[in-house]
Design a protein around this ligand. Structure first.
Ligand code: UTP
Length: 292
C-alpha cells in the first residue's frame, strides 16, 4: 500500500513578468478570478484530494498569502455585528486549520525545480503533491484527486497532462510516452520546452504533480537546465527512466492564468457559471462582440 499523499507544495516565487505591473507588489496568485484568488482555487483542489498540509514557497508578497489563509478576527467581528453570515462564511472558507500552512522562502527565483527543493525539509520522506496555482484547472473530479488516485493504485509518481498545439511545445514540459491505457499514460521520459520539431509528443505537463521524495536528491545534485534554471522536468525525466512514472490526461477545462489572455478567459468562464452574474455578462459580451 503506497504512503498517502498528505502534503502539497505550492511554488509561488516566480517573478511573474507577464503580469507586470500587477505582479510588482501583489503575488500573481493573489489575483482574483471573479472574487477568489487563484491560490485559493489551488488550495481547494488540494483539499478535495485529501491534502492536509500546505507548503507555500514564496518570494515577494508572502504576507498577503499568509494573511489570506489565516483567521481575521476583526473582519469576522465586523461581519457578525452586521449579521452578514454569507460574507462571514466566504471569509471563513479561506482559513486553513491551525498549523496546516507552512511558508518557506525561495530567496532567488532559480527555477521551479529549485522552488520545490526549498520545501524539502518541510515535506520530509513521503510522497507529496505540487500545484502551480497559475494553472487554473476546472474538472470533476478535480485534477489532483485523479493523480492521487493513480498514485494510490500504482505507488508511482504521477503528473497531469493535456494536449497542446504542436507550435506551443516550447512553452511546456513535454511527455515521452511509453504506453497508454485509457487516460493513464506511462512515461519513459520528458523534455523541458522542446522546439516543435523535437518534441516527443504533444502531451504537456500542466502544473499538477504527485512526486516521490527521491526527487529532492535529484534536484539537489542537478545543474541548471533550460533557461539557466533548475528544472523540475529534468529531475522527473531522470526518475522516469528508473521508476514507474505515470501521466493522467486531464479532461476538464484549463486556463493558463500566468498570461493576461488566459486569466481573462478564466474570469469570463467562471463568471458565466455564476447564476447572479451570467445574464448581465452575456448581454454585455453580446453587446460588444462584433457582428458576424
Ligand atoms: P512560470 O514559468 O510561469 O514563471 O513559473 P513566472 O515567474 O511565474 O511567470 P513569468 O513567466 O515571468 O510571467 C511557473 C510556476 O513556478 C513558480 C511560479 O511562481 C509559477 O507558479 N516558480 C517559478 C517559482 O516558484 N520559482 C521560480 O524560480 C520559478
Amino acid at each position: 500500500m503506497p504512503q498517502p499523499v498528505r502534503k502539497a507544495v505550492l511554488p509561488v516565487a516566480g517573478m511573474a513578468t507577464r503580469f507586470l505591473p500587477a505582479s510588482k507588489a501583489v503575488p500573481k496568485v493573489m489575483l482574483p478570478v471573479v472574487d477568489k484568488p487563484l491560490i485559493q482555487y489551488a488550495v481547494e483542489e488540494a483539499r478535495a484530494a485529501g491534502i492536509e498540509e500546505f507548503i507555500f514557497v514564496t518570494g515577494r508578497g508572502e504576507a498577503a498569502i499568509a494573511d489570506h489563509f489565516g483567521p481575521d478576527e476583526a473582519l469576522d467581528a465586523f461581519l457578525a455585528a452586521r449579521g452578514d453570515d454569507t460574507a462571514r462564511a466566504l471569509a471563513a472558507r479561506a482559513v486553513l486549520a491551525p498549523g496546516a500552512a507552512a511558508f518557506t522562502r525561495q530567496e532567488e527565483p532559480l527555477g521551479l525545480g529549485h522552488a520545490v527543493l526549498c520545501a524539502r525539509h518541510l515535506v520530509g520522506d513521503e510522497p507529496f503533491a505540487v500545484l502551480l496555482a497559475d494553472e487554473l484547472l476546472l474538472g470533476e473530479p478535480p485534477c489532483l484527486a485523479e493523480l492521487v488516485e493513480v498514485h494510490g493504485r500504482t505507488g508511482g509518481s504521477v503528473v497531469a497532462l493535456a494536449e497542446v498545439p504542436q507550435a506551443e511545445t516550447n512553452r511546456y514540459g513535454i511527455a515521452e510516452i511509453a504506453a497508454e491505457e485509457g487516460r493513464t499514460v506511462t512515461l519513459s521520459g520528458m523534455v523541458e520546452k522542446p522546439e516543435p520539431g523535437r518534441a516527443p509528443s504533444r502531451l504537456a505537463l500542466i502544473g499538477r504533480y504527485v512526486l516521490q521524495p527521491a526527487v529532492f536528491a535529484r534536484l539537489a545534485a542537478q545543474p541548471a537546465g533550460a533557461g539557466g534554471e533548475i528544472q523540475l522536468t529534468d529531475a522527473m525525466a531522470a526518475m522516469a527512466s528508473e521508476a514507474p512514472f505515470y501521466g493522467v490526461r486531464f479532461t476538464g477545462r484549463r486556463f493558463d492564468c500566468g498570461s493576461p489572455a488566459g486569466y481573462l478567459q478564466a474570469t469570463v468562464a467562471c463568471a458565466l457559471e455564476r447564476a447572479e452574474l451570467r445574464q448581465d455578462l452575456l448581454a454585455f459580451l453580446r453587446g460588444i462582440a462584433p457582428s458576424p
